[in-house]
Design a protein around this ligand. Structure first.
Ligand code: ATP
Ligand code: MG
Length: 448
């Protein structure tokens, strides 16, 4: 993409109403624009990152055998009356009435709808296990939408639903989700720690939230610092292997890590003092086994192979896709702007032409651009007639992890400069060496 033809409305001033750094940077980098409280338009740069995050979520869900589909944003109130949640959900639910006077709502989640689909088609244990998911906009009329996309009213969520014959099978689905989430967040350059969370009236300890540590996080968390040394890395997983998934769950949840709702001071104090941490965190996902809470009232039963019918065991598992943009920026920025991890960057690299209009640098940039595209990389070429300082500032603000600078002196020697946004270090090399380097970097990311 040539910047002169792109739509990147960066702001010079720091928006006064944005309280946290990710919100400020998303506004300044021209990624989002508020349409009304807690509701945003995704401008081209923000939309690109949103799609990348979504893509990683899709890939990791499907790697585990979970099946993508799409349910609507607007739902009929009838199903929610059946489950009993229409009245319980309260003011966070946006309710609307259609022209025929039918009660509708903008879905805050989809347990009812997916259970209705399930009961309409599946009636035998032979069709289990089954895990369906979608990535769809949700609406929750949050009393205090704030921090940009972090706590929106309209937000994008991945929600999966597993259907299993027994609790044991459903717990495997739970563990499997935990494994997919560990991999998903790491591919985005994030450390998200599974912490034991509150399962509310359902009880049990079959729910974990995934938290990214950040001072601006809304959750208070307590953990053993040893947990931050764990990493999922490049493991080969057989998602049908019950023992393997269980072992990974144990590895990542055996250390103390809890949100304030489940925090237990006595257990916490058993951790050696130097490893005891209390901090803030951003909830980027949650997994939940809830048994027959919806299958019973909605009559989602299957023949159990022994002449009886039993309600299926279910769980639901969410990832805050749009919130993740804010979380990644909170975890990865400096005073000049965003620093995108390679896995989610909107463009693979920037090209800065130090002397626009100079035949030599223009031609060198054009060649470099084609060479990158030929290798399947997507550069953002700043071809505007601007000072070098302004071009660098824009690149730093929007946070592309790599920049190639092309100037008249380098061109004479057949050299360009490759700069890392994260370290600020530059290296002079031939254009073809720069292309090769980037190809290597991004191949490693794709294989992750
Ligand atoms: P919170 O405690 O932050 O209000 P929640 O526990 O009610 O969230 P879930 O129902 O678990 O949310 O939804 C799954 C994921 O969706 C959350 O882990 C979070 O990442 C994301 N999410 C929830 N509410 C919002 C929101 N208002 N804006 C953006 N993302 C959200
Ligand atoms: Mg939650």
């Amino acid at each position: 993409m040539r910047l002169s033809r792109y739509f990147l409305p960066v702001l010079k001033e720091t928006p006064a109403d944005a309280q946290i750094v990710s919100h400020r940077l998303m506004l300044r980098a021209g990624m989002i624009r508020q349409a009304s409280a807690g509701i945003y338009s995704w401008l081209p740069l923000g939309y690109k990152v949103l799609r990348k995050i979504e893509q990683i979520v899709h890939e990791e869900q499907q790697r585990a055998g979970h099946i993508p589909m799409l349910m609507p944003t607007l739902q009929s109130a009838d199903l929610w009356r059946e489950s009993g949640r229409y009245d319980d959900y309260g003011e966070e639910m946006l309710r609307v009435t259609d022209r025929h006077g039918r009660d509708m709502l903008y879905g805050p989640t989809n347990e009812e709808l997916i259970t209705d689909i399930f009961r309409s088609y599946v009636s035998s244990y032979k069709d289990l296990p089954l895990t369906l998911y979608h990535i769809q906009w949700k609406f929750r009329d949050e009393i205090r939408p704030r921090f940009g996309v972090m706590r929106g009213r309209e937000f994008l969520m991945k929600d999966s639903y597993n259907f299993d014959l027994t609790k044991e099978d459903a717990m495997h689905a739970y563990n499997r989700h935990l494994v997919t989430y560990l991999r998903t967040y790491e591919r985005m350059g994030l450390q998200a720690i599974p912490m034991r969370a509150d399962s509310g009236p359902i009880g049990g300890d079959n729910t974990h939230e995934f938290l990214v540590l950040a001072d601006t996080g809304e959750s208070e968390v307590f953990y053993d610092s040893a947990i931050t040394e764990l990493s999922f890395g490049d493991r080969n997983i057989d998602y049908d292997d019950v023992g393997q998934c269980q072992a990974i769950l144990e590895e990542f949840t055996s250390r103390y890590a809890r949100t304030d709702e489940t925090h237990d001071e006595a257990a916490f104090n058993e951790i050696p003092a130097e490893r005891r941490r209390s901090a803030r965190g951003i909830e980027v996902g949650q997994i939940f086994y809830f048994g027959t809470k919806y299958s019973e009232p909605l009559g989602a039963t299957v023949d159990d192979g022994q002449g009886g019918r039993v309600p299926v065991h279910m769980g639901s598992h969410g990832i805050g896709v749009s919130r993740l943009l804010g979380a990644i920026i909170e975890a990865s920025h400096d005073d000049k702007g965003i620093i995108w991890p390679e896995g989610v960057t909107p463009f693979h690299c920037g090209i800065v032409n130090l002397r626009q209009g100079d035949a030599g640098t223009d031609a060198a940039c054009a060649d470099l651009y084609s060479a990158l595209v030929a290798k399947g990389l997507e550069p953002l070429y700043d071809d505007r007639d601007e000072r070098a300082g302004a071009k660098f500032a824009t690149m730093d603000l929007i946070g592309l992890p790599w920049r190639i600078t092309v100037g008249p002196r380098g061109v004479e020697k057949g050299m360009v400069e490759l700069t890392s946004r994260r370290t600020g270090e530059s290296e002079e090399m031939s254009p073809s060496a720069a292309v090769e380097r980037l190809v290597e970097i991004y191949e490693a990311v794709r294989e992750a």
